[in-house]
Design a protein around this ligand. Structure first.
Ligand SMILES: [Zn+2]
Length: 276
């Protein structure tokens, strides 16, 4: 009987220790106020942005910002700042009402093709000025299919589409989240409505690689109605699936994400029935 009691006692002690341990982990997992960062967190956020801005600026000038890695963005930060930034990598998407599914990150070794010198009309300038889109990247298989599709579009309607936005690494997306957090009065909840959490963007996951298209006249996501009326868009609706591309967010899609006629993802030709 005594032996039995001791056994029971040991059992309860170990369960008790496990519970304490789990509670400890829960407390140790850093969190922030989702509605507005605390004053202390705002200071950390500002310190992180101040340290990352020169790096991002330099990489934007070089055209390599979309390829930033976690090692690169953590490098200028101290331990505390690094841990703070990582909070935005581990946000609870459900709690924030994010309806996008998790898409993951690029696998190491994924080959990206740079797309340089895309010249389109500068809609923000007076007259007929043109501008060159900053260097964009696509995984090589997606790039090849995009080129093929453009060739067919040119043959059919004498028009092509340009890559306004292609691949963006999860690390760059994490930076963008922190950057826009400041612009949204440090509200994680508000920021998450407009900026994808790293891992939830089709732009950062080559298996679901998204392209935001723009045409030669500069019609893009800034003007959804005009984009929808483009001959290029109508051609995509008929033929994109033949090249493995699908409209991610059609009108009235069940996920409730607003209609994005410019945002197409590569799914591979096997799924060619997705667009109809
Ligand atoms: Zn997009």
């Amino acid at each position: 009987m005594v032996r039995h009691d001791q056994k029971m006692h040991r059992k309860f002690t170990s369960i008790f220790l496990v519970v304490i341990l789990l509670l400890g982990i829960g407390i140790a997992r850093a969190e922030v106020n989702l509605d507005r960062l605390s004053q202390e967190d705002i200071q950390k956020e500002e310190a992180v942005l101040a340290k990352l801005e020169p790096l991002v600026k330099e990489r934007l000038a070089k055209g390599t910002a979309p390829l930033l890695t976690f090692d690169e963005i953590y490098q200028p930060l101290n331990e505390e700042e690094r841990e703070f930034l990582k909070i935005f990598l581990n946000l609870d998407a459900k709690k924030l009402g994010v309806v996008l599914p998790y898409r993951g990150f690029a696998r190491p070794g994924t080959k990206f093709i740079p797309i340089k010198g895309q010249r389109i009309k500068d809609v923000k300038a007076e007259g007929n000025k043109t501008k060159i889109i900053g260097c964009q990247y696509l995984p090589d298989n997606v790039y090849r299919q995009y080129r093929k599709m453009n060739k067919a579009m040119r043959r059919d309607i004498h028009r092509t589409l340009f890559v306004d936005s292609g691949y963006r690494s999860a690390a760059y997306q994490l930076y963008l989240f922190a950057f826009y957090l400041r612009k949204h009065d440090y509200s994680v909840r508000e920021t998450a409505k407009l900026v994808a959490i790293a891992g939830y963007s089709e732009h950062g996951a080559p298996d679901w690689q998204a392209i935001d298209f723009v045409n030669i006249d500069g019609v893009n996501e800034d003007n959804p109605g005009a984009f929808e009326n483009l001959a290029e868009y109508k051609w995509l609706m008929k033929h994109a699936a033949e090249y493995g591309f699908a409209l991610s967010y059609p009108r009235n899609n069940p996920s409730g994400i607003s209609f994005e006629p410019w945002h197409w993802r590569y799914e591979g030709v096997k799924n060619k029935m997705v667009v109809n």
